[in-house]
Design a protein around this ligand. Structure first.
Ligand code: RP5
Length: 183
């Protein structure tokens, strides 16, 4: 959704999703969450905050997130990925964690660090590098109390179906060899 269209629809208010990442090296994955939220007209705020390298800044961010109007936080981190879990320890609403792929352990380090939360402090963990699904999940959480957003999500899903239907029609028409060549 374009910004002027969002303005017309009244969707440029205070950000209701916080997107936070441990390093700018996480940005390409986190950008996919932001892209989806923009497409669905959900206002967000993006930040780079390291829970390890600047714990005071992190603590202030997590403490003030509710007051700022965030309803969901999407937190991405890699390696010893404590950012999402620590957000969940402080922020009282849903936290979605994105484990980053890593060169040393293939992202299993990030995944296990994020998904293995102790009972009582959940983090909804998406796939390794699953930025787009994190954005969609945040939108779906918000859509439980926003019928217009729910309709946009339904339209998004219908678009996914149309893409697969079109691919199947192309396969039927061309056969798999031509399909592969024209892909
Ligand atoms: C984590 O360490 C970040 O989330 C990032 O995925 C990883 C590496 O950070 P850099 O050394 O690239 O800044 O805190």
């Amino acid at each position: 959704m374009e910004r002027d269209e969002m303005q017309r629809e009244g969707m440029t208010g205070a950000p209701c999703v916080g997107i936070v990442m441990g390093s700018d090296s996480d940005m390409p994955v986190m950008a996919k969450a932001a892209d989806i939220l923009e497409e669905l007209g959900v206002p967000y705020e993006m930040a780079i905050i390291s829970a390890h390298r600047e714990p005071d800044v992190f603590f202030e961010y997590a403490k003030s997130a509710e007051e700022k109007g965030f309803k969901v936080i999407i937190a991405g981190a890699g390696m010893a990925a404590h950012l999402p879990g620590m957000c969940a320890a402080i922020f009282p609403m849903p936290v979605i964690g994105i484990p980053m792929h890593t060169s040393s352990l293939g992202g299993r380090d990030s995944l296990y660090s994020i998904v293995q939360m102790p009972s009582g402090i959940p983090v909804a963990t998406v796939a390794i590098n699953g930025g787009a699904n994190a954005g969609l999940l945040a939108a779906k959480i918000l859509a439980t109390s926003d019928p217009a957003l729910l309709q946009r999500l339904k339209d998004y899903s219908a678009g996914l179906k149309e893409q697969v239907v079109a691919k199947d029609a192309k396969l039927k028409e061309q056969g798999y060899k031509a399909y592969l060549q024209n892909k």
